[in-house]
Design a protein. Structure first.
Length: 399
């Protein structure tokens, strides 16, 4: 019989993070079996709890999808009794994750050196905009700013309208996955060597990894990418987004066999004869597009998807999120988690959860996202605090 223990079962993560990158990173660890204890400010908690709506009872969708499986403990980190709680938690934890502005957690008394004094082999991860060191370390950061500062936006957009940021939080979410990988690698290293590790993850570094092919091309050849809209970086006119009769379709006819099949389907085989080489097609992209565009626009999206798929030409309809959410492929991938609705009794909602499968012991949701301070009493009891102790801490403003 297969062992169904998950990769991080039995490990505890002390989570000081909030917003998107940090919480989504630690959520990945929770879905691999770790006990993630989320430290939140009393009364307010993680700012994403009510970021978009004051009527969400502190359970906004962005909070739900980044905090699956965690336990919440409210704690005023500036309170005189906070150190006792944090150090007891740290002593029983395997990793600490924080995403304060560099220097902040040290001033609170919970930096790497302070935590390592009570847990010598701790894995201590810091997530920030620019990293813990360097001339930009102290700068505040957010997703759009890093997209701009990293050069991401200089290679995204249309030449007629200028640079454009992505419509999703590409830096936050890639930083989250980068952090989850780095923390898990450090935990594995500790398993092998017995040593803890200081892990420094920055949004800027994550953005650079996301743009590695373009940046490396510049570093090697000195070529600066131009704004290309939806065209492929290969600049082939047969790789683009085309408007159809009822929507849009992305076509990536790149190999010669694909280009030949694509042009045959749209009745423009003559283009293949007129421009036989890739360089010819790049140099004459405007003329080729003038022939292709009206042909694609004359028929609906589904026609082109069916016809091109049958011919082995890479193609995809540009879908709305409402269409994507109903795709049966996700039922096979376990991409969505169904949880109790925080706003309606006996109702369920779906949120995005993990991004991979594994057999056995796939990622799974251990529990729903926590309400603010939901597990405070439970966690403190585990640390040896009595009910009287908890009452005193709560009345003093510590919890």
């Amino acid at each position: 019989m297969a062992d169904d223990r998950q990769a991080l079962s039995g490990l505890r993560i002390l989570d000081f993070t909030q917003v998107l990158a940090g919480p989504f990173a630690t959520q990945q660890l929770a879905q691999l079996g770790a006990d993630v204890v989320k430290i939140e400010e009393p009364q307010t908690g993680d700012i994403t709890r009510g970021l978009l709506s004051m009527a969400s009872a502190g359970m906004e969708p962005s909070f739900l999808t980044c905090n699956l499986g965690k336990r919440s403990l409210t704690l005023n980190l500036k309170h005189e009794h906070a150190k006792d709680i944090v150090f007891k938690l740290a002593a029983s934890s395997d990793a600490v994750v924080e995403n304060f502005k560099p220097g902040t957690i040290e001033r609170l008394g919970f930096g790497y050196d302070a935590i390592r004094a009570v847990k010598p082999n701790i894995v201590y991860a810091s997530i920030s905009g620019y990293g813990q060191t360097g001339p930009k370390a102290e700068l505040p950061a957010f997703d759009g700013a890093i997209q701009a500062d990293s050069g991401m936006m200089s290679i995204s957009g249309h030449p007629d309208t200028g640079p454009m940021r992505t419509g999703y939080f590409s830096v936050d979410m890639s930083t989250a996955l980068n952090a989850a990988f780095a923390i898990t690698a450090a935990l594995f290293r500790r398993h092998v060597t017995g040593e803890g590790q200081r892990v420094d993850i920055s949004m800027l570094d994550s953005a650079m990894v996301m743009t590695a092919p373009q940046m490396s091309n510049y570093l090697v050849s000195g070529t600066t990418p131009e704004l290309m809209g939806n065209r492929s970086p290969t600049r082939q006119p047969t790789c683009n987004v085309f408007e159809t009769q009822d929507g849009y379709v992305q076509i990536v006819a790149l190999r010669e066999t694909q280009i030949e099949a694509f042009l045959a389907i749209i009745g423009e085989q003559a283009l293949r004869v007129a421009y036989p080489e890739p360089a010819d097609r790049v140099d004459n992209a405007a003329q080729i597009n003038a022939q292709i565009v009206p042909k694609i626009a004359a028929k609906p999206t589904r026609y082109w998807v069916n016809a091109l798929e049958a011919a082995g030409v890479p193609v995809a309809a540009i879908r709305q999120l409402s269409e994507v959410a109903g795709d049966p492929q996700f039922e096979h991938r376990l991409s969505f988690a169904e949880i109790e609705s925080p706003g309606a009794q006996d109702a369920k909602v779906r949120v995005v959860s993990a991004g991979h499968l594994a057999h056995p012991a796939a990622p799974r949701v251990q529990r729903p996202p926590p309400r603010l301070g939901e597990h405070t009493d439970e966690i403190l009891a585990d640390l040896g605090f009595t009910e009287h102790d908890v009452q005193m801490l709560r009345s003093s403003g510590c919890l």
